[in-house]
Every structure is written in C-alpha cells, then in structure tokens.
Design a protein around this ligand. Structure first.
Ligand code: ADP
Length: 438
C-alpha cells in the first residue's frame, strides 16, 4: 500500500522535474508547469469517470484498465464485489433448499407477523387450512380458521399447550397446532395431522365412560345385598362380619372411583356442561367445610380467609368439586392433624384460591406428575386414605374449563400449598346484585 503511494508520488515528482527542465530550456517554465498540472488533473478525472461508469453499470465484467493507485482501487472494489456475489449466491441456494425442504414437510408451517397476518406457508399448511396463494397473503389467520377455540387460543396467546381443532378445509381431519413467538413477536405455527391419535383417544374416553357406566348397576346390587347382610351382622360368625365390613368399604371406594371416572369423562368431552354464573367463593367454601366436618379429626384446625365480596364466574358444581378435592386432600394428607388454611387473594391479573396444609408434603420430583390419572406419591397410601388417584386430574380439567392454572408448592415433612390462578376476567370483588348469567 505504502509502496504504491510512494511510487505514484515519485512518478508525479519526476514528471514535474522534467517539466521544470524543459520549461527552463525553452524559456516557458510557467506555461509548461501549467500544462503538466492540467494534464495530471485530466488524467485523474478520466480515471474517476471510468470508475464511475463501471460502477453505474453494476460493476459487471472486469474493471477498467488502470495503473498505479487507481488500478489498485479498481482491483480492491472488484474483489469485494466478487466476494459479495458469492455469499449472495450461497444464501440464495440455502434459502431455496430451506424452502423446498419445508415444502416437502408433511407438517404444515406458517409464518405470520406479530398481528397474525399471514406472510408465508408451505404446501401442507395450504392443504390443512385451505390457503390460496397469493389471495390469502396478508390475511388475518383468525379470519381463515374460524373456530372459537382457535380464536381464544390465538388472541389470548395460549401457546403453552398445543391446540387440537378440526381442519377448516378437510372433512374428518383433526389438527394439532403449536405456535412459537420469534423475533418481534412474530408467529411460527406448526400444524400436524393427529386424526388417528384423536380417534384413538376418543375411543379410549368412550370406553372408560361406557365401562364406568356399565359397572354402576352391578355395584348398586352388590352394595344393596351388603347393606342387607350388614343388618344381620351380629348373627354371623366373627370372620364373616370382618369380611362384610371390608367388602362394604371396598364397594364404597369402587363407587367413588366410578363417580370420579364418569366426572372426568364428562369434563373431557365437554358434555352437558352447567352454565357459567357468578358465585360467591365464600359460599362455596362454607358448603365444603360443612361437608368435610365429619372427616376432620380433633387435631385439625381449618382457617378460612375468604372475603365476603369475592366472586368467581364459573360452573358451581365444577368449582365445588375442584375446591373440595383440594380441601379433602389437605385433610387426608395431614394425618397427625395440623393447620389447613383456605385463602382467596386477588390482584389485577388473577384471583387466587389456595389451600395450604402442614401435612406430609410431596417430594419435588413428584409434583409435575400429581395431576396424572391414578398417580399417587405413595402407592400404598391410596387404600389407607380412600383416595382414587383421580382427584387432582379432575381439578386440572375443571381449572382448564375456567381458564385457570394450578400451582403446587410443597416440602416433604413441612406441608403443601395448592393454588388455583383464575384470570381477572372471571373475578369480581364486590357485592353488586349478580345477574343470573352474563
Ligand atoms: P388421591 O385420591 O390419591 O388423593 P389425588 O389425585 O387427589 O388422588 O392426589 C394424587 C396424589 O397427590 C395423592 O395420592 C397424594 O400422594 C398426593 N397429594 C395430593 N394432595 C396432597 C397434599 N395436600 N399433601 C400431600 N400429598 C398430596
């Protein structure tokens, strides 16, 4: 770099010296010098013109011939351009590969901006949602998928869990939708055909519901005979008396199990749902504490801190069932007695119903599994406490119906806290007369 500048300068200086000599010889020093300066200026302007012309024509082809510093500038720009073109070509190739591979995907992929306006989609997504290029580009996705569940899922950004809906364009096809936010809250939507899984799940649900229903009648008969036998218990030998008590206890458990299974199936199928209404939380909890009084031992203390004006919008029987499951668990799993605190708090985001106990607590690794059906921390404990292992699965479903979430905090030997977070839209803290529905 330095050498080029030095050579250029030395050449220019040599030219200047020659002009001085020629000027002195012919006695026209000033004239010859002026001619030299003008000539040098013309040469620079000419090179600049050539450079500009070459750039204006997108710099295609070889750069113009030039020597010295200009030649170096031309070469450097040419090299840079070649490099840029190469990386552009590579990027275009990568993009084409990505496009053709996503186009070949069985899963649908959609890119939408932060408002949900469609920007790009692959062929499978076009089939699943009936999208047409270019007509649907820029359309709001909720205008294309016109299902209330999808609208709620998308507008409330409930992207934590995948959503299963019917395909808006293909008869009998069920789709699982999973959305991720990226960049400036833009949407990346994956769509999967889950028809087979959905049908199998439906068959499983129907089977459980039908089997539970069918078991009810024989169990009622067995219970009836056991009750009759119980009346003549004193006349029977001691070994049979024990058997009858045992059978009665087990049939009670079985009845509870069937009731819980039927309730779960109803909740899952969204069947015959009670209408949502405003309910006083304090009234629900009072009914629960009255009902649980018989299972409380003398050592148990229940503290209730529920403001009278706390109201929750939902299905009464479901809310009763969820809250009572939590209270009954707190009693069951605090076997040595202990304090049970039932509270209602609210802030601008949530209304929070919580049940805290000073019972046996739960190991942290079991907490994520508590709402699984038939899950029990201690397998042997179920028969002693009379639990079905379905209580928290029921709670989870009910909370799902009420747009709420369950949070569990627990420490073995210290106690547990089960908190239900309801959205502010379902919560009211006043005693205004309540319309029957809203
Ligand atoms: P179950 O009918 O067995 O009580 P649940 O679904 O209500 O079934 O609860 C699942 C499991 O979670 C229980 O078997 C128990 O091990 C644990 N559990 C639930 N609530 C509590 C609690 N308050 N304290 C300790 N363990 C609990």
């Amino acid at each position: 770099m330095k050498t080029i500048w030095r050579n250029t300068f030395l050449t220019w200086l040599a030219g200047l010296a020659s002009c001085v000599v020629i000027g002195l010889i012919i006695g026209q020093l000033l004239g010859v010098l002026l001619l030299y300066v003008l000539g040098s200026l013309y040469l620079q302007l000419y090179q600049l013109y050539q450079f500009h012309y070459w750039l204006r024509h997108s710099g295609r082809g070889a750069p113009p011939e030039a020597s010295g510093i200009w030649g170096d500038v031309f070469d450097a720009v040419h090299r840079l351009q070649k490099k840029q073109r190469k990386s552009k070509r590579r990027m275009r190739q990568a993009l084409t590969r990505i496009e053709s591979s996503t186009a070949a995907l069985k899963e649908g992929v959609i890119m939408a901006d932060n408002q949900g306006n469609l920007e790009w989609w692959n062929n499978s997504a076009a089939d699943f949602f009936g999208l047409v290029r270019p007509v649907d580009r820029g359309q709001m996705i909720t205008n294309i998928v016109r299902s209330p569940e999808f609208f709620r899922y998308f507008s409330q950004k409930r992207f934590g869990e995948p959503l299963v809906i019917k395909s808006p364009s293909m008869e009998g096809i069920y789709l699982e939708i999973q959305t991720t936010l990226y960049d400036k809250n833009d949407h990346l939507i994956f769509i999967r055909d889950v028809t087979r899984l959905h049908l199998m799940e439906q068959m499983r649900k129907d089977f459980v519901a039908n089997a539970s229903h069918e078991l009810k009648t024989p169990l009622t008969v067995i219970k009836g005979y056991l009750e009759t036998l119980g009346m003549f218990k004193d006349k029977l030998p001691a070994s049979m008396q024990k058997g009858i008590v045992n059978m009665s206890e087990q049939s009670e458990r079985m009845e509870q199990l069937i009731e819980d299974l039927l309730l779960l199936s109803r909740l899952e199928s969204n069947d015959k749902r009670e209408e949502n209404q405003w309910h006083s939380v304090s009234d629900i909890v009072k009914t629960i504490t009255n009902a649980t009084a018989p299972i409380l031992s003398e050592q148990h203390i229940i503290d209730v801190h529920i403001p009278d004006n706390a109201h929750l919008y939902g299905a009464y029987k479901e809310l009763y069932s969820a809250f009572s499951n939590l209270v009954v668990n707190a009693i069951k799993y605090s076997p040595e007695g202990g304090n049970i605190t039932v509270t209602w708090e609210s802030n601008e985001l949530n209304g929070i119903f919580s049940v805290q106990d000073t019972g046996i607590g739960i190991e942290p690794n079991y907490i994520p599994r508590l709402t699984e059906r038939f899950f029990r921390v201690d397998k042997g404990r179920g028969s002693k406490t009379g639990g079905t292992g379905l209580g928290l699965a029921i709670v989870k479903h009910i909370l799902l119906h009420h747009d709420a979430k369950l949070q569990v905090k627990s420490q073995p030997g210290i106690g547990s806290k089960f908190a239900c977070y309801f959205p502010a839209s379902r919560v009211r803290n006043d005693n205004r007369p309540v319309p029957p529905t809203s």
